[in-house]
Design a binder for this molecule. Structure first.
Ligand SMILES: [Zn+2]
Length: 158
């Protein structure tokens, strides 16, 4: 059994800028309105698998960190960045981006593609749900637009 929340209908969304160094078009700095969907698999404990409102609130807290910021992947092997005097300088290929540190979110992933954003959101959600022993698995999907998204699953136990 699973419980599902759909950010398109429950306003779990954020807007962010990113770049994909290895991709011709997407290596240009650009942005998306991202929407998050999540499923929580398990048996109900009492009446619920998890409280919908708690799940929506946690996902909003996690995603708001990225809202209206440039996502800078900390573990990237195709781009580098440094922060000095409040300025973040990102370099990849023959490009350089300079931006105020406060406008950046350092995402602890290798890339800022939806695949890695969904992994990050799922790992953060796992931390906030770790006390729920009835949960078997979570799935988090991050949509870059209608009908286009990547999902990441984390098993809580085998
Ligand atoms: Zn993009």
């Amino acid at each position: 059994m699973f419980l599902e929340v759909d950010g398109w209908k429950t306003d779990i969304r954020f807007s962010a800028a990113h770049f994909i160094p290895s991709h011709t078009k997407c290596s240009r700095l650009h942005g998306h309105d991202y929407f998050v969907r999540a499923r929580v698999y398990g048996e109900a404990e009492g009446e619920f698998i998890v409280d919908y409102l708690e799940l929506i609130q946690q996902l909003k807290i996690i995603t708001q960190r990225m809202d209206h910021r440039l996502l800078v992947p900390v573990k990237s092997t195709s781009s580098t960045y440094k922060i000095e005097n409040g300025i973040c300088t990102i370099s990849y290929g023959d490009k350089e981006i300079r931006i105020s540190k406060i406008d950046v979110f350092e995402i602890p992933t290798a890339s800022s593609a939806s695949e890695e954003i969904s992994r990050y959101v799922a790992e953060e959600l796992r931390k906030s749900l770790s006390g729920n022993k009835n949960i078997e698995m979570i799935q988090v999907c991050v949509d870059e637009g209608p009908g286009m998204g990547a999902c990441y699953e984390i098993k809580f136990r085998e």
